[in-house]
Design a protein around this ligand. Structure first.
Ligand code: DOR
Ligand code: ZN
Length: 348
């Protein structure tokens, strides 16, 4: 029997940005997401990437097969854009319901992005077609030029790529994903209704000091990398401020412990196991629990033009300790908040 002093019931949320991987890792991590969320926008950066409607359909089937019996979860698939993307194939996948969106990775920006787009002018035709048919574009918003400091890459992307793109194609629905800066939050707030953003739990909790002070913490390294405290505070204000342009996208990105604790550690934070509790802690600290449902369950479907989920989830204010590691399908993964105590607990 639980002794929750407080509980919160909201409409079932969705995760609008997520990495499942494939094979044994996927089978190990899917249940964490499926128990909390009704749907998730699944990232296509497998190796090789999910570049076509047919590859997305096959990947969707493998995910559905990994959803435990009795859990009601729908993966929403994305296609990985390349310089060679075929607008007809993407449009057909969107019309069939196989694809929900397409994903722009600037080439070299992050994990498995080597096949990404080298210059958005190369996909001008694809983007025009997407704007015409109402197919949303998910954007990893970082430039990749060697001369741009890694902490400036998001802000420079806004000036050089995103602002011109949005000006040229104002009808295109653009999700500026996992935003990490005040500049990004301001840009989205000032843009028209076709520009939205997702915010991860880690960028609401940590700044760059948390990664680097007192020893390097590889499990807090992700891309875009966490910035100064000023930016974390701007993201908290955006997430909890009630604007419908900002919504939940965990960017949960599992890497096995050995791949993180390495000479060249991978980018990615595995936050799926306690994603909702992690976000709710922020809304609680900001005195904005009444705005949690909008951020988690309503704004995303509204932006994508999809119905909200049937059903609800309930969280209780009961302390729980996050495990030091979880099984990642053959090797262990260190989750976000490992070893910490969270004050909320997912109940059902
Ligand atoms: O930290 C990250 N990890 N950022 C990304 O953009 C990709 C992701 C991954 O796939 O590991
Ligand atoms: Zn991601």
């Amino acid at each position: 029997m639980s002794h929750a002093s407080e509980s919160l019931t909201i409409r079932r949320p969705d995760d609008w940005h997520l990495h499942f991987r494939d094979g044994a890792t996927m089978r190990a991590v899917v249940p964490y997401t499926a128990r909390q969320f009704g749907r998730a926008i699944v990232m296509p950066n497998l190796s090789p990437p999910v570049t076509t409607s047919a590859l997305a359909a096959a990947y969707r089937d493998r995910i559905v097969d990994a959803v435990p019996q009795g859990m009601d979860f729908t993966p929403l698939m994305t296609a990985y854009l390349t310089d060679q993307s075929d607008a007809d194939d993407l449009a057909a996948g969107f019309a069939d319901g196989v694809l929900t969106a397409a994903k722009l990775y600037p080439a070299g920006a992050t994990t498995n992005s080597a096949h990404g787009v080298t210059d958005v002018t190369n996909i001008a035709g694809v983007l025009e077609r997407m704007a015409e048919i109402g197919m949303p574009l998910c954007v990893h918003g970082e430039v990749t030029h060697a001369d741009i400091d890694i902490f400036d890459r998001e802000a420079v992307f806004i000036d050089r790529v995103l602002e011109p793109l949005v000006a040229r194609l104002p009808q295109l629905k653009v999700i500026f994903e996992h935003i990490t800066t005040r500049q990004a939050a301001d840009f989205v707030a000032a843009s028209g209704p076709n520009v939205g953003a997702t915010i991860t739990p880690q960028h609401l909790h940590i700044n760059r000091n948390d990664i680097l002070v007192g020893g390097i913490r590889p499990h807090l390294y992700c891309l875009p990398v966490a910035k100064r405290e000023e930016h974390r505070l701007a993201l908290r204000a955006a997430a909890t401020g009630g604007s419908a342009k900002f919504f939940l996208g965990t960017d949960s990105a599992p890497h096995h412990r050995g791949a993180k604790e390495s000479d060249c550690g991978c980018a990615g934070i595995f936050n799926a196991p306690h994603a909702l509790e992690s976000y709710l802690a922020v809304f609680d600290e900001e005195g904005a629990i009444d705005r949690f449902e909008g951020f988690a369950s309503l704004n995303g479907p509204h932006f994508y033009g999809l119905p909200v989920n049937e059903g609800t989830v309930t969280l209780e204010k009961v302390a729980q300790e996050v495990p030091a590691e979880v099984d990642g399908g053959g090797a262990m993964i260190v989750p976000f908040h490992a070893g910490e105590t969270l004050s909320w607990r997912f109940a059902s």
